[in-house]
Each structure stands twice: as structure tokens, then as C-alpha cells.
Ligand binder design. Structure first.
Ligand code: ZN
Length: 167
């Protein structure tokens, strides 16, 4: 399909709560393909639909080193989280910023796959962090929202340093 433009903070479309997917049709298949094409065009490990301007509850991830194992989560529900840790994150929609935040590194999630089949998965470490980062996008949240207010102000005041390494 197509590599899509990625919205960048402070685009208000990154701040919407996204609507669930109801139909597993050609539109959804196209959205998933576009998300994967856009993910694989760069080095990010995860991407959510709102980041390409589609306010729906769809996210994709691929943490494999060969970049050949896409995971698709539709209407994901976080059932449980555990083990808070300090993790370094960055985001294609917040270019040039990487920061350490506190986030759970274990989670249990229920979602639908691209065919509408129910899947439940336990995720750990970077996989859990990536999933929770992308689920935040579906709620209109960015990883920088997890930083203390003074740190967010400083980021805005300093402008954006170089070199994104994205999730
Ligand atoms: Zn992100």
C-alpha cells in the first residue's frame, strides 16, 4: 500500500481518544498495510494508527531483528500491568527527544488480530514497553506526558535536539 506521513507533536490529532474498529474489511486491511509499510520504512519498533492520522484503535509492532515478524493489535485492552521500571523511550511523533520514564515492563493484553480473532498475550520487557507506548497513543497520550512537568517545560524551552530513535 503506502508509506504514510507521520504526525508530529503538537498536532492535535495526536491528542484524540481513538475509536474502536468494528468492521474487519478492506479499509482495515489497507490501514494495517499502511501502518506496516510506514513502520518498515524507518527503524521504529511500533506505530499506531493516530500517528498516521487515522483515529482508530490499531497498532503494529515488530521487535524481531530481521524485521519480519509483524504483530497487529486491534482494539487492545490492557488487562494487567506489573513491575515498574525506568525505561528510555522515544517516538516518531516527538522527533529528537529521548527520555527515561517509569513504565510497567510486564503486561497482559487482550486484542483482536487483523482477521478479527481474539488474542491474549503476556508481554515482557521491551515488548511490553512498546505495546503500552502505542496504547497510550490510542488514548491521545505521548510518552513525554509521563515526564514531570518541569521536564516537559524544559523540552519545550530547549527545542528539539537531533537524532530520533523511535518507538
Ligand atoms: Zn510513539
Amino acid at each position: 500500500m503506502a508509506v504514510r506521513e507521520i504526525l508530529v507533536d503538537p498536532d492535535p490529532r495526536l491528542r484524540q481518544r481513538c475509536a474502536p474498529i468494528e468492521a474487519f474489511d478492506a479499509d482495515l486491511a489497507g490501514l494495517v498495510e499502511d501502518l506496516l509499510d510506514t513502520l518498515y520504512a524507518g527503524t521504529a519498533i511500533g506505530l499506531s494508527a493516530p500517528q498516521i492520522g487515522v483515529p482508530r484503535r490499531v497498532l503494529v509492532m515488530d521487535l524481531s531483528s530481521a524485521r519480519d515478524t509483524p504483530e497487529v493489535f486491534i482494539n487492545p485492552e490492557v488487562l494487567a500491568v506489573d513491575r515498574l521500571a525506568r525505561v528510555e523511550e522515544s517516538c516518531l511523533s516527538v522527533p529528537g527527544v529521548s527520555a527515561t520514564i517509569v513504565r510497567p515492563i510486564r503486561t497482559k493484553v487482550r486484542a483482536l488480530d487483523r482477521h478479527g480473532e481474539l488474542v491474549e498475550a503476556k508481554l515482557e520487557d521491551l515488548r511490553a514497553v512498546c505495546l503500552l507506548h502505542e496504547v497510550d497513543h490510542l488514548e491521545g497520550r505521548l510518552f513525554t506526558d509521563h515526564l514531570p512537568a518541569w521536564r516537559r517545560l524544559l523540552l519545550r524551552w530547549r527545542g528539539r535536539p537531533a537524532a530520533p530513535r523511535a518507538a
